[in-house]
Design a protein around this ligand. Structure first.
Ligand code: MTE
Length: 326
């Protein structure tokens, strides 16, 4: 595998923020911090921000989704406008460019079924419609932080990953949950690239999957997920770098051994299994101290675990080292 080629969603060297520049910006950032986590955003304000109309297509035949918003997790900053969040994506199966949303419309997302296998009592295939009848949808506004140091704030519709795990009924020996993305060669030109170890595979430990913050998303901004955002079903892990949140999964496997994840196969020192957000652990080629909010391009300080430490830090008690943050 030739990993000397720059992975497309990486920041080119000339765009990465040098440490010195970051330090010089601290005074400016101190002001920006007032806008970050810890502050609360009134639900009405968030709703208003989310109400921007969009002309973007969503999968045909699927209903609008307006379940109640779970207010446990406050984003503490304004929602990213829908049109911006849904036209700036990473989805390598389609393209290495961010404006892949047009190309993604070629994908077929209905009917959709998911294979549940590995260490489970009864391996089986479940239709998405059936699955959705067995869970309770809610909306959660999460911060979303890419390893490339851009970030957004979006309202997902979905259900806790723990509900999916319980439905799957894993055996006691299961230690990891592994999500595999669909491969649609006719719609996804990226699959032709021999550089990448398709299919896109991501995974978490059972403890991470059972944490309430781990979410399975089927909607965005009160509508079914747009194709470019991972339709019809994706994972959402807001305390980790975005590459952990695999899109359009068709298989959920329970394993005893740590899975070989997509990016870790390409560059294990840069994109490991854990990938928890941490401003103090730079990517080997750029700083993670700050992040750029897409839409405004404002630079704000990165927060450890993307600000979700109170909910997830205990998952890593007793574990040490930078590997948790790459
Ligand atoms: N899932 C698949 N199948 N293919 C991908 O290329 N990119 C990842 C992740 N999930 C990716 C993926 C990366 S690098 C990021 S930052 C997020 O999706 C981006 O999610 P978004 O486009 O919805 O913001």
């Amino acid at each position: 595998m030739n990993i000397l080629k720059r992975i497309g969603w990486e920041i080119p060297e000339h765009q990465a923020t040098p440490e010195a520049a970051v330090l010089n910006r601290r005074a400016v950032l101190a002001g920006a911090a007032a806008l970050s986590i810890g502050g609360t955003l009134a639900p009405g304000a968030a709703r208003a921000a989310a109400a921007a109309p969009t002309a973007l297509p969503t999968p045909a035949g699927l209903p609008a989704m307006n379940p109640p918003r779970d207010m446990t997790y406050r984003a503490g900053r304004a929602l990213t406008p829908e049109k911006i969040a849904t036209t700036y994506n990473n989805y390598y199966e389609f393209s290495e460019d961010k404006d892949l949303w047009r190309a993604a419309q070629k994908m077929t997302v209905s009917p959709w079924s998911i294979r549940i296998d590995g260490l489970v009592g009864k391996p089986r295939t479940v239709g998405l419609d059936d699955l959705l009848k067995q869970v309770t949808l809610q909306e959660r506004v999460y911060r979303h932080r890419c390893v490339e140091a851009w970030a957004m704030t979006v309202p997902w519709t979905g259900f806790p990953m723990a509900e999916l795990v319980k439905l799957a009924d894993p055996l006691g020996s299961a230690k990891y949950v592994v999500f595999t993305t669909v491969e649609e060669p006719k719609a996804m030109p990226g699959l032709d690239s021999p550089l990448y170890p398709w299919p896109y595979v991501e995974g978490v430990t059972m403890a991470e999957a059972m944490n309430d913050l781990a979410f399975v998303s089927v909607g965005l901004y009160g509508k079914p997920l747009p194709k470019q955002s991972g339709a019809p079903i994706r994972i959402t892990l807001p305390w980790k770098y975005g590459f952990k949140s695999g899109k359009a999964f068709v298989k959920v496997s329970f394993t005893e051994t740590m899975p070989k994840t997509f990016w870790a196969q390409l560059a294990p020192d840069e994109y490991g299994f854990w990938a928890n957000v941490n401003p103090a652990v730079p990517h080997p080629r750029w700083s993670q101290a700050t992040e750029r909010l897409i839409g405004t391009d404002q630079r704000v300080p990165t927060q450890i675990y993307n600000g979700y430490g109170p909910f997830v830090a205990s998952l890593y008690a007793g574990m040490k080292g930078d590997m948790l943050f790459r």
